[in-house]
Write a protein that binds this ligand. Structure first.
Ligand code: NAI
Ligand SMILES: N[C@@H](CC=O)C(=O)O
Ligand code: NA
Length: 461
C-alpha cells in the first residue's frame, strides 16, 4: 500500500526522475520512507525532503518517497498538513502499522525509550533500515538495536543523536576507525550551553534562559534531561562506545547537571578569567585497560578553545594516536540543523538500498570496563565560606594535605564573617577530593562548602 506519489517540490514540480534510469533504461523504484514523529525535528525533515527533492533523487540514485508520517494526535493533522503543504492522507496515528508497510527506511524522531524501541525493532523486522536521532534509546539499549539490524541485514544510522548537525559519529565509526582514540572531550548539549552562555554574557537567570532555549526548539520534551545532564550523559555513552569499541550505556556515565551552578559560581569564574561549561569527557586510562566517561560542569580558562563556544553550539575534540587533535564544531540542537544530520543518514542508507551493501555495525570487541569516578584524576575549584580568624588558612590547607590533595592557589575575598576562600588544586583523584570536601564540612572554621567544581585547562589565579 502506498500513501501517494513522490512529493512535489515547493514550486509544485515533480522531481527530475533522470537518476532513476540505470543502464538499459531500468527504472529505479522509489525508496519508501516512513517518518515517525513530526515535532521540532520531524517537521524540518519533511521540509528538507520537499525543498531538496530533485537533488536528493540525484544523490541517492532513486527518488525518496515519503509514504507516511506518524503523529501522536489526530487533531493536529490538518494544521500540520497545511503547514507543510502535504496531503492529510499522508498522516497516520498508527505508527505501528506504518513501520509494517514495506518501508525501505524508517526515520524515528519521536524520542524516548518506548514506543520508539518497539517501532524500530518492528521496522527492522519488516526489512527497513533505520535512521534515528534518539540518543536516550541508543545509550540505554543500543545493543538490542544493533543486534536486530545485524539479524535483519539493515542499517542503523544515528548521526543526529550526538551534536546535532555536526558530523561526529560517522567520523568516529568510519573516518577515524583506523586510529587509536585516547580522549573525546566537548560540549554536547546545546540547551545547557545556551543557558550557561546567557548567564555569563547577560547575567540572565537560569529559568529565563531555559524558557528561551525551549522556545527555540533546543530543549528535550522534558528539559530536565538537559539541565540534569542526562542528555549529555547519553551522548557521552554513545561517543565512548564508538571511540573505544566497547559497550557503554548511560548508566555507566558519571553525571552532574547544571542546576547547582549559581550566579556566584559564574562570578567566581569571571574573576578567574574563566567560564563554566557542561563538559562530556570520555578517556582511555594511560595503560589502555579501562575508560572513564563523565559529564559535569567544569571551569575552563577563557583561552581554552571550548570557552568561546556560545549559544546552542556544540564542539568536540577527538584526540587520537596518529591523528592528534581533531575538532568538530557546529550547531548541536534545533530542528533545521538536526534534520540536516537526519537527511545525511537518510541519503546514506537509501544509497545502500539502491546499490546494495550496508554501513558499519556495532564494534564492541574491545570490551573495556568503565572505571569508577573516584579514580578520575583532575583539578578542582573549591569555594569555602570561612570564619576570618587566625589559623583558618592553615587548618584548611592541612585538610587538603591530609587527603593528598595539593593546592595550586588560594585566594581570600572579604573579611570577618563574610570571608570566602577560593582554592584551586593540582591534579588529584576524585575520591581524594571527595574525602577532602567531607572533611572540610566537619570543620568549625568552615561555615559552608559553597561550591566544588572540576577544572579543565590552566586557570589564571
Ligand atoms: N530538538 C533538537 O534539537 C534535537 C532533538 N533530537 C532528538 O530527536 C528526537 C525528536 O526531538 P524533537 O523533534 O525535538 O521532539 P518533539 O517533542 O518536538 O517531537 C516528537 C514528536 O513525536 C510525537 N510522538 C510521540 N509519540 C509518538 C508516537 N507513538 N507516534 C508518532 N508520534 C509520536 C510527539 O507528539 C512529538 O510531536 C528526540 O529523540 C530528540 O532527543 C536530537 C538532536 C537535536
Ligand atoms: N536537547 C538537546 C537537543 C540536541 O541533542 C540539546 O540541547 O543539545
Ligand atoms: Na551529529
Amino acid at each position: 500500500m502506498s500513501a501517494g506519489p513522490v512529493l512535489a517540490g515547493p514550486d509544485g514540480r515533480i522531481p527530475d526522475m533522470s537518476a532513476q534510469r540505470r543502464k538499459g533504461g531500468e527504472v529505479m523504484a522509489p525508496i519508501r520512507v516512513g517518518l515517525l514523529g513530526c515535532g521540532v525535528v520531524g517537521t524540518e525533515v519533511v521540509r528538507q525532503l520537499q525543498t531538496q527533492a530533485d537533488d536528493l533523487t540525484q544523490r541517492v540514485g532513486a527518488p525518496l518517497e515519503l509514504v507516511g508520517i506518524a503523529v501522536r494526535r489526530a487533531k493536529r493533522i490538518p494544521e500540520k498538513a497545511a503547514e507543510l503543504g502535504v496531503p492529510e492522507s499522508l498522516f497516520t496515528t498508527d505508527s505501528a502499522e506504518l513501520v509494517t508497510r514495506g518501508c525501505d527506511v524508517v526515520v524515528e524522531v519521536i524520542g524516548g525509550i518506548e514506543p520508539a524501541r518497539s517501532l524500530i525493532l518492528s521496522a527492522m523486522e519488516h526489512g527497513a533500515s533505520v535512521v534515528s536521532a534518539n540518543k536516550a534509546l541508543l545509550a540505554e539499549d543500543g545493543a538490542t538495536l544493533y543486534a536486530a539490524a545485524e539479524k535483519h541485514g539493515v542499517d542503523l544510522y544515528y548521526e543526529a543523536a550526538v551534536a546535532g548537525a555536526i558530523p561526529l559519529l560517522r567520523p568516529l565509526r568510519e573516518s577515524m576507525v583506523g586510529d587509536q582514540v585516547h580522549r573525546v572531550l566537548g560540549i554536547v548539549n546545546g540547551t545547557t550551553n545556551f543557558i550557561l552562555s546567557r548567564m555569563h554574557e547577560t547575567g540572565a537567570g537560569f529559568t529565563e534562559a531555559l524558557e528561551e532555549a525551549s522556545a527555540l526548539g533546543y530543549a528535550e520534551a522534558d528539559p530536565s534531561a538537559d539541565v540534569e545532564g542526562f542528555d549529555a550523559a547519553a551522548k557521552a555513552a554513545i561517543l565512548a562506545s564508538l571511540a573505544f569499541h566497547s559497550r557503554v550505556t548511560a548508566a555507566d556515565v558519571y553525571r552532574e547537571g547544571i542546576t547547582e551552578v549559581s550566579a556566584a559560581d559564574v562570578a567566581s569564574a569571571r574573576d578567574m578569567n574563566s567560564v563554566i561549561k557542561l563538559l562530556a569527557i570520555c578517556e582511555l586510562s594511560p595503560d589502555g585497560s579501562t575508560i572513564g566517561v563523565r559529564v559535569h560542569p567544569a571551569m575552563i580558562p577563557r583561552s581554552h578553545p571550548l570557552a568561546g563556544v556560545g549559544d546552542a553550539f556544540n564542539a568536540v575534540f577527538v584526540e587520537a594516536e596518529a591523528a592528534g587533535q581533531v575538532m568538530f564544531y557546529g550547531r548541536g540542537a534545533g530542528g533545521g540543523p538536526t534534520a540536516s544530520a537526519v537527511l545525511g543518514d537518510l541519503v546514506a542508507v537509501a544509497r545502500h538500498k539502491v546499490v546494495g551493501g550496508r554501513g558499519p555495525g556495532e564494534s564492541a570487541y574491545a570490551q573495556l570496563a568503565v572505571r569508577p569516578m573516584g579514580e578520575t584524576i583532575t583539578r578542582y575549584y573549591i569555594c569555602l565560606d570561612v570564619a576570618e580568624k587566625p589559623g583558618v588558612l592553615a587548618q584548611v590547607a592541612a585538610a587538603f594535605a591530609e587527603h593528598g590533595v595539593s593546592i595550586q592557589t588560594v585566594r581570600q575575598h572579604g573579611h570577618a564573617d563574610d570571608a570566602t576562600l577560593v582554592v584551586v588544586t593540582h591534579r588529584a583523584p576524585d575520591s581524594a577530593l571527595a574525602a577532602t570536601v567531607a572533611h572540610l564540612r566537619t570543620m568549625d572554621a568552615v561555615r559552608a562548602v559553597a561550591s566544588v567544581m572540576r577544572v579543565e585547562g590552566d586557570l589564571e589565579s
